[in-house]
Design a protein around this ligand. Structure first.
Ligand code: S3P
Length: 449
């Protein structure tokens, strides 16, 4: 049995939204990892009163608090006395760009080498259209980002690429804007901002081009845009209470690990099964995998918004067949594509992942990282600008580079289970601290248990 860490996307949002609500919120089971620690520190720096309780020990960090009481003072934050260090976290940076654009003070966001080479024009351009004074390094392309927030106006914005981070940044700015902010993405990306903001009193509406798409059906859905509208709330946002469920994106490594390991029988407890997040589950089932969902329950937060939570039961080794992924399917599994590459390497036939150019601008160039590592492990790979083709085969152990990227490190650790000989991952231990500091301990426990 394994309990995966709390959901990273929900954790970031819980801390930010508690900080802009008026009054005392309670967050239990917050993800304790580098990315969410960046958000906690940032929001404290911006004036939220944050008090932790229930100490737990986290590898690489020592004792940290698991539960938090956050007292927010409403939408108006406090001018920070120095720059805000977002570490490695794209979610912290982009969502904060939205929040800070609406606050009438000066702030600067910066991070580590990886973060400071990630594209920011995608948020800077629409936020500037809304009236923010916002600029960044290399002609507004990369952090550091300097913001002098102020009065904003709602805009209609068509996002060229689906992205929950960009959508969320604009929604947060929309909370401060005159008039309505209307954001359209080419297909649906994760919807936590919509769900959580609505549950604390923001007026968020959603429209889909196809009714079918609305149910987010991965295998039957059609390409179709998703539109979100938001406006400045008439009243303060309400404080809330949330217990964060497990992260499907972290569970993904053990799902694939169990599928490809003979004799395994793994129960992954209490995973958030939000339909915008579980594309990998659908993809693996189309590849022939049998994964059962047990103990499904509905988690209700705030004013009644729901998330489905359940246990995933996976046995191995299962026969997998190749699968092609593209278009609207990509955002449903954007963070799981590296581990899908490992499943594809263990499957029979040639799988192709296309329409995933976004992978090149994640914590590392994930297309290059997966192509390079899998080639070293003896797998036939074809690399495209927007994806890769993988022909399943026998993997052999090799020394592969994580490029300091948590999801690449964890993917190759799982590949190592199926490979002959020894697999070494450069900077692996350090990289996993971003989202799953206990990953290698959990993996060892499962292998020895
Ligand atoms: C996230 C959105 C995704 C994802 C990231 C977390 C979020 O990024 O890759 O790990 O919490 O909103 P994009 O929205 O840029 O695709």
């Amino acid at each position: 049995m394994v309990v995966t860490p709390p959901d990273k996307s929900i954790s970031h949002r819980a801390v930010m939204f508690a900080s802009i609500a008026k009054g005392e919120s309670r967050i239990e089971n917050l993800l304790l990892a580098a990315d969410t620690i960046s958000t906690l520190k940032a929001m404290e720096f911006l004036g939220a009163k944050i008090k932790g309780d229930h100490e737990v020990s986290v590898p690489g960090y020592g004792a940290l608090y698991e539960n938090y009481t956050i007292t927010g003072g409403g939408l108006q934050l406090k001018e920070p006395a120095s720059f805000i260090d977002c570490g490695n976290s794209g979610t912290t940076t982009r969502l904060l760009c939205g929040l800070l654009s609406g606050n009438p003070f000066f702030s600067v966001l910066s991070g580590d080498e990886s973060l400071n080479s990630r594209p920011m024009k995608r948020v800077i351009k629409p936020l500037a259209e809304m009236g923010a004074k916002i600029m960044a390094r290399a002609s507004d392309s990369y952090p550091p980002i300097a913001i002098r927030g102020g009065r904003l106006r709602g805009i209609k914005y068509d996002m060229p690429v689906s992205s929950a981070q960009v959508k969320s940044a604009l929604m947060l700015a929309g909370l401060y804007a005159d008039g309505e902010t209307v954001i359209t993405e080419p297909s649906t990306s994760r919807n936590h901002t919509e769900t959580m903001l609505r549950s604390i009193g923001a007026e968020v509406k959603e429209y889909w081009i196809t009714e079918r798409h609305k149910v987010y059906s991965f295998s039957e859905g059609k390409d179709g845009s998703h539109t979100v509208t938001i406006q400045r709330p008439a009243n303060d946002l309400n404080p809330f209470k949330i217990r964060i469920p497990g992260d499907f994106s972290s569970a993904a490594f053990f799902i694939v690990g169990a599928l490809i390991t003979r004799g395994s029988d793994v129960l992954i407890k209490n995973v958030c099964l939000n339909t915008t997040r579980i594309g990998l589950y659908d993809a693996l089932r189309l590849m022939g995998a049998k994964i059962s969902i047990e103990n499904q329950t509905i988690l209700i937060s705030g004013a009644g918004e729901q998330e489905i939570v359940g246990d995933l039961h996976v046995k191995g080794a299962q026969k997998l067949k190749a699968l092609n992924i593209s278009g609207y399917q990509v955002p449903f599994m954007i963070d799981e594509l590296p581990i899908l590459c490992i499943a594809a390497a263990c499957a029979e036939g040639r799988s192709e992942i296309r329409g995933a150019a976004e992978l090149r601008v994640k914590e590392s160039d994930r297309i290059k990282a997966m192509a390079e590592g899998l080639k070293k492990m003896g797998i036939e790979i074809e690399e495209f600008e927007d994806g890769l083709a993988i022909t399943g085969g026998k993997m052999k152990g090799a020394r592969v580079d994580s490029f300091g990227d948590h999801r690449i490190a964890m993917s190759f650790a799982i590949a190592g289970l199926a490979a002959s000989g020894v697999t070494e991952i450069e900077n692996g231990e350090d990289a996993v601290k971003i989202s799953y500091p206990e990953f290698f301990d959990r993996l060892d426990a499962l292998r020895n248990g």
